[in-house]
Write a protein that binds this ligand. Structure first.
Ligand code: NAP
Length: 256
């Protein structure tokens, strides 16, 4: 039976790649982001449904639920999010911190509240498992200088799947968290740092950062695994990144 997913962050990067990958494997997909023009292009390219919504606005999330509720729903794949700035704690802009909390953590809670009834309804009607998946980050696991605002927002988002898995025990609902390290996407560092040169410098000399397709592959795998298999937490990094702050720049080569 065809499965249907809501994928947030569908207008760029990992979310977009996930929509493409899921569509290639026969999923029906509702792609969600704010930029309607990009969503329309994606719909044209992949045949997905789309819905423009700002996930920091409760009314938009409710409208999304009204839209998706017209058909069965098997998976919530929450990819949307991001970082603002690299301020040290002493210099941090509280508006940026609040925005990151809203974008990453509160959006996750709002989506669960709005879509869990539909996932349960589908599970009951079709006697099948259903999925929730959250794209957090290694930034949720380890702090680094200039990272605290994003570290805190992603750690807060990570608590949503961790608590949810406890709350849903006994139901056929998987709760999956995927935490990537450095992923080179066209917008993440640009949005965070505000200019292209600074964004390029993040990846300079790294052999080689993860790509959006690498993460989408893991998302697809985790949703395609047998229904009794729950990948609680997948941490993935480029080989060149041993830890959040320990990145090798230059070609990878065995030592002689
Ligand atoms: N790139 C990395 O190195 C990396 C590493 C680990 C984790 N992550 C996480 O992976 C996720 C995707 O990152 P990415 O690299 O693919 O970034 P990206 O290319 O900047 O994509 C971010 C997506 O989130 C959407 N979005 C942002 N704010 C939104 C809002 N208020 N309402 C609805 N949609 C919103 C954006 O769409 P619109 O602007 O059209 O709304 C866009 O589709 C994020 O959660 C990020 O924290 C990224």
């Amino acid at each position: 039976m065809t499965r249907r997913a809501v994928v947030t962050g569908a207008s760029s990067g990992i979310g977009r790649a996930s929509v493409v990958a899921l569509r290639e494997r026969g999923w029906e997909v509702v792609g969600v982001a704010r930029r309607a023009d990009r969503l329309e292009e994606l719909a044209f390219e992949t045949g997905c449904e789309v819905f423009a919504a700002d996930l920091t606005v409760a009314a938009d999330v409710d409208a999304l639920a009204a839209f998706t509720g017209s058909a069965p729903l098997h998976a919530l794949v929450h990819v949307a999010g991001g970082a603002r700035g690299v301020d040290r704690v002493e210099d941090g802009d509280s508006d940026d911190w609040l925005r990151m909390y809203e974008m990453n953590a509160l959006s996750a809670q709002r989506l669960v509240k709005a879509l869990l009834p539909q996932l349960r309804r589908t599970s009951r009607a079709e006697s099948t498992h259903v999925d929730t998946l959250f794209l957090t980050s290694t930034a949720a696991q380890t702090a680094y200088p200039g990272g605290a605002g994003y570290n805190a927002a992603k750690a807060a988002e990570s608590m949503v799947p961790q608590a949810l898995r406890h709350e849903l025990v006994g139901e056929p609902i998987r709760v999956i968290e995927i935490a990537p390290g450095m992923v080179r996407t066209e917008e993440f560092s640009l949005v965070r740092l505000g200019d292209a040169a600074a964004a390029d410098a993040v990846y300079e000399g790294v052999d080689a950062p993860l790509t959006a397709d690498d993460v989408a592959d893991v998302i697809v795998y985790s949703l395609s695994a047998p229904g009794h298999v729950n990948l609680d937490l997948v941490t993935m990094r480029p080989v060149a990144q041993a830890a959040q702050h320990l990145v090798h720049r230059g070609p990878l080569a065995p030592r002689s």
